[in-house]
Design a protein. Sequence first.
Length: 363
Amino acid sequence: MTRKTNPHILARPVSRRSLLIRGAQGVSALAVAGGVGGVLAACSSSPDAPATTAGGSAKAAIQFCYLQNVQFAGSYFATTKGYYKAAGLDVTLLPGGPSLAPEPIVLSGKANVAIGHTAEVVSAINNGAKLTIIGACFQKNPTCILSLAGNPITKPTDMYGKKIGISDTNAPIWKSFVKANSLDESKVTVVTVGFDVTSLATREIDGIMGFAANEPTILKLKGLEPVTMMLGDFNYPLLEDLYMAKSSDLADPAKLKILVGLMKAESLGWADVEADPDGAAALAVGNFGKSLGLDPAQQKLDAAIQNTFLVDADTKAHGLFWMTEDKIAATIRSLALGGVTATPAMFSTTVLEQVYQGGNVPA
């Protein structure tokens, strides 16, 4: 493999992916400082009993791993359609941001649930965070190799003889994908890039690793025809955008009740996203993410693409966010390729079992 650095890496607005990486670096920093649990020992702990409003609703919060764009639209529907309220909850949505790791926010008690990146959640647990993964928003790995229609990459060996842009932060994923597919790295020229797609749009490179609900829509809105090769279709499956909670909350009846209520409302909200992606985009652009100046066209495209990761045969059988034993095992194998050790004990369907009670819609 030949590695080059692209001299035309351009600055771009902070992306969801870069924030996830920065969040991961935040978790790593906490670990270096003495473990996630040790650092948070100085934080104020959550009260023994859940707080309530004057009207009797239990107060709760969800921490996002990124800014409030369409990628959290299920929570927007749950708010505007009263699903949280119907579950007896008064919920605060907490946006993410640069350098924010969601795991410590849950551990501190400031959020009951957070949505996080798979490798980072597992790494936090390995570093001492008493967290449990209770659901997965995305059933399919959303990472892809992106190319253009005139020079498409549709299978891993199509990358032979081509220049592929990989960011430094995505290098571990690239290495894992190469290993998963027994690729000959010497036949690929890897160019170090940022998250900007300009080098692909100008055809300085032939492909770039990206997030299928982000970079492809940017290219499409530039009038180009993107082609995505999903890593999950080629031996690198991964449950993604994981819901996590404090492990102790699953053993506390009052706090478990809140978790079940939250996930019921989230399920109903995300079912609305599936049914109405344009409506989801409208909520992001005109309400919850109004201050961000989001592009309405891109948000619509992103919402539609997200739905392809949200729903599959397993969720149709068991309900949204469901984690089958097979998918958990596949996720563990994929993480191991990159040196991240996960175990089945990190995942629990206890909350979702109470949400669905044997069906595929909230009971």
